[in-house]
Design a binder for this molecule. Sequence first.
Ligand SMILES: [Zn+2]
Length: 112
Amino acid sequence: MEPNYRRCLSCRKVAHRSEFWRIVRVYPSQTIELDQGMGRSAYLCPQASCLQAAQRKDRLGRVLKVPVPESIYNALWSRLAQGQEGVKFDTENHKQAFKGTRRQGADLTPAN
Ligand SMILES: [Zn+2]
């Protein structure tokens, strides 16, 4: 694998590390941190299917060889929820703006 490329522990996809969430078992405290800290790391796509698989089958805990606290999963789920709502919100706004423009254009056509 090329430098800085990592593999998702759920779907096995390989991508640059910046595209993944990084979950770290910090050395030597053995606590689990997100994004920061030195220690054994696991990588996960920022998407529901991979997070769900990691949690349901406890893949994350197995990769890191320590129990993963619920709070870590909760933090990732809330990140996901925030990100998705942002995207959905933007898309709907764009669609509405687009429809509005079209309707106005259609109304104007007979006058021309
Ligand atoms: Zn994945």
